[in-house]
Write a protein that binds this ligand. Sequence first.
Ligand SMILES: Cc1ncc(C[n+]2csc(CCOP(=O)(O)OP(=O)(O)O)c2C)c(N)n1
Length: 222
Amino acid sequence: MTKPMKPQLVAAELGKRLPDNAIVNCDSGTIATWWARHVPVKRGQLHTLSGNLATMACGLPYTIASQVAYPDRLCVGIVGDGGFSMLMAEFVTAVRYKLPIKILITKNNSLGQIKWEQMVFLGNPEYECDLTPINFASFAQACGGVGFSIEEPGDCSEVLDRAFNTPGPVLIEALVDPNEPPMPPKVTVKQTAHFVESLAKGTPDRRKIIDTVLADKIREMV
Ligand SMILES: Cc1ncc(C[n+]2csc(CCOP(=O)(O)OP(=O)(O)O)c2C)c(N)n1
């Protein structure tokens, strides 16, 4: 398994654990791509994305609201670190009301969606998308909840099992590859040109991005 961990792996492992009555609340960002493509929807489940399709920070409050409305269902949030940090204090609301929500954060230390938009839509180098890392597992503990951290892809499955078997509000941070591109379903010539332009203009981490994109392509081919 490749490291840094792929966000697709985390989403797929989450999907495997969701029962038929789960309520899944996704936030905005590249996280929406991983959720839409890698968390299979089962009959009986409810899935939500931001009501206006792109407003960040909805994942946590939607999950709190769904748990209040449906106390007997498993309520899960799948959120990016940027979206979570915008309203993270609300985690303590879940602690206060003993809501057994499970929040999965894909931690790429970046406003990932914007980084890829700058490159692929505009042809600009990535600029100021980095986030200062927060230890979300410690934050969960500090709030009175339980926090887990997944760094090794090989640990993903086991840690998710433990997290889902832990009562009360639980937060799981999964450290994922910040250079994994949320590829559009069909890549246009213009997008490719912009992408190359952004690399040529000096996108930070361009070597890692090229390696990641090439490795993904090769994996698809063999
Ligand atoms: C309230 C709000 N502010 C800004 C944006 C623009 N925006 C869309 S996605 C995104 C970045 C999301 O970052 P993160 O939550 O870390 O998820 P990632 O894309 O890295 O998976 C931003 C800033 C927005 N959609 N909503």
